[in-house]
Design a protein around this ligand. Structure first.
Ligand code: CO
Length: 208
């Protein structure tokens, strides 16, 4: 990707959109009503729109290192609040991916400076599931399993929000997915939230 080509690409993109529909940008500028909030990794290989086949206006996107949902991260919390309370999305997707650098770094105990507090949240997920993870001999498979378990725990973090809990009573759904970089396939982890949330509901359910 050469930077000098960006504006040329943009010019071509505008022309191709207008060739298909001369009102395309007038309509796009009217507003957004996406049905999906996508929370994914910042990794350049895991682009939200391309892997979902989504067009502008269809998905509200938030990305950070290792698709984390941290309660005291105002960025993620504001995105969640805006998506649920104002855009009234019907689905929240947390999408992780195999071969995730953030996940791998978190599994190696090493001082990484400013990244430490961020990776700490992933290391907490590792601690929660250390028994299962330490039993996996293959290093790559261990990282990929943590990527899956991390998606599950970040979905749980999404559900900890009271506005998400209220919206779930009205049909909002939370999904945990994994993008398999080795095959290009998107995998639904089919997280059983009734089972996952069973023991923690009494602690985090704050809308009663
Ligand atoms: Co990643």
């Amino acid at each position: 990707m050469k930077l000098a080509k960006v504006f040329e690409h943009n010019k071509n993109w505008v022309a191709s959109r207008l060739a298909q529909d001369e009102n395309y940008f007038n309509e796009l500028a009217q507003g957004q009503s996406p049905e999906i909030l996508y929370i994914g990794c910042s990794d350049s290989r895991v682009t939200a729109e391309e892997l979902l086949g989504a067009q502008p206006g269809e998905v509200f996107v938030h990305r950070n290192i290792a698709n984390m949902v941290c309660t005291i991260d105002m960025n993620t919390t504001a995105v969640l609040d805006y998506a649920v309370e104002h855009l009234k999305v019907k689905h929240i997707v947390v999408c992780g991916h195999y071969n995730c650098g953030g996940i791998k770094s978190a599994m190696i105990p090493k001082d990484l400076g400013l990244l430490n507090p961020w990776l700490r949240n992933i290391r907490d997920v590792y601690r929660l599931h250390s028994e299962e993870l330490n039993a996996i001999e293959n290093e790559g498979m261990r990282y990929n399993r943590l990527a899956e378990l991390n998606v599950q725990e970040q979905c749980v973090n999404v559900v900890k929000n009271p506005f998400v809990q209220r919206a779930m009573e009205n049909g909002l759904q939370v999904h945990g997915w994994i993008f398999d970089l080795f095959t290009g396939k998107l995998i639904d982890l089919e997280i059983n939230f009734d089972k996952v949330l069973k023991d923690i509901r009494q602690i985090y359910n704050i809308t009663e």
